[in-house]
Ligand binder design. Structure first.
Ligand SMILES: NC(=O)C1=CN([C@@H]2O[C@H](COP(=O)(O)OP(=O)(O)OC[C@H]3O[C@@H](n4cnc5c(N)ncnc54)[C@H](O)[C@@H]3O)[C@@H](O)[C@H]2O)C=CC1
Ligand SMILES: O=C(O)C1=N[C@H](C(=O)O)C[C@H](O)C1
Length: 248
């Protein structure tokens, strides 16, 4: 396949390596420095685009892909308040998009088990639950997209939680847990050095804590999943999330 990379930072560079190893060809690489090359004509040379840029640039890039008629795999996070609008534009225009807050296969297994666990915990009301996420200090958005997906999986399945709230804790700050209502689900975000991504769900009671945790050792898992998603979507139409790719 011919692939356009929109965003050539930490993720774009690893995706290039993995896509090339899987015998794909990178026909366009767009970064902050060469935005003038992001034209409909250049995009149309690709069979699929893979978008890992920034929360502030992702929507414009999605629209560019739609205009060029190129299916787009979106890894960028921090734009999910716009999901309904993007879905509408995608479906109305007959375009093709797949997005995931996290392309790692391990995290997608985690997402599934998180929902099953949340449903089970309806039987045990003396446990409170919270989500923690830890990422590198360059990360622009909080909470992480993965943290949001985990929280939504809990809220859909655990009757006593109705909405999530986020607290970003930096070194030395104490979390203001006191302000969290019983029906709110806390997502606590930490930013530490070069951590690639750690997510934990904690069910805490007076007598014990259940910890359910995923730790990314590096970014390769995200990149492999994104290339697999590009292969999967190349012959499809419409608006997809990564759940459509898995058969849980
Ligand atoms: N869904 C997933 O599995 C994962 C998602 N991410 C998300 O992907 C995004 C990118 O992550 P990183 O590569 O770590 O960030 P990064 O900061 O290393 O790279 C982003 C790149 O986008 C470039 N850029 C800026 N404006 C652009 C534009 N208009 N068009 C194209 N590129 C532009 C920047 O120059 C930069 O090099 C973030 O939102 C992050 O949260 C990161 C890892 C996994
Ligand atoms: O910014 C990152 O690095 C990551 N972003 C994604 C997220 O917001 O969940 C996925 C992964 O955790 C790494």
């Amino acid at each position: 396949m011919k692939i356009a990379l929109l965003g050539y930072g930490k993720m774009g560079k690893i995706i290039e390596k993995i896509a090339t190893d899987r015998k794909h060809e990178i026909v366009l690489k767009i970064d902050y420095n060469n935005l003038d090359e992001l034209t409909t004509e250049n995009l149309a040379k690709a069979d699929v685009a893979i978008e890992f840029s920034t929360p502030g640039t992702v929507l414009g890039n999605i629209k560019q892909c739609f205009n060029a008629g190129v299916p787009v795999v979106v890894g960028t996070t921090g734009w999910y308040n716009q999901l309904p609008q993007v879905k509408q534009i995608c479906e109305d225009g007959g375009h093709t998009l797949l997005y995931a807050s996290n392309f790692s296969i391990g995290v997608n297994v985690f997402f599934h088990v998180n929902k099953v666990l949340a449903k089970l915990m309806n039987n045990y009301p003396y446990y409170d639950v919270q989500v923690e996420e830890i990422h590198h200090v360059q990360k622009l958005d909080s909470p992480s997209g993965t943290g949001i997906t985990i929280a939504e999986g809990i809220i859909e399945n655990l009757d006593r939680k109705k909405e999530w709230v986020n607290v970003l804790t930096t070194d030395g700050d104490e979390t203001a847990d006191d302000n969290i209502a019983a029906d709110q689900l806390l997502i606590e975000s930490f930013r530490i050095d070069s951590v690639p991504g750690t997510h934990t769900v904690l069910y805490d009671s007076e007598v014990d804590t259940i910890e359910f945790k995923h730790t990314a050792h590096n970014r390769n898992g995200f990149a492999v999943g994104a290339v697999m998603a590009a292969e999967w979507i190349s012959d499809k139409k419409g608006f997809h999330s990564i759940e459509d790719m898995f058969n849980f």
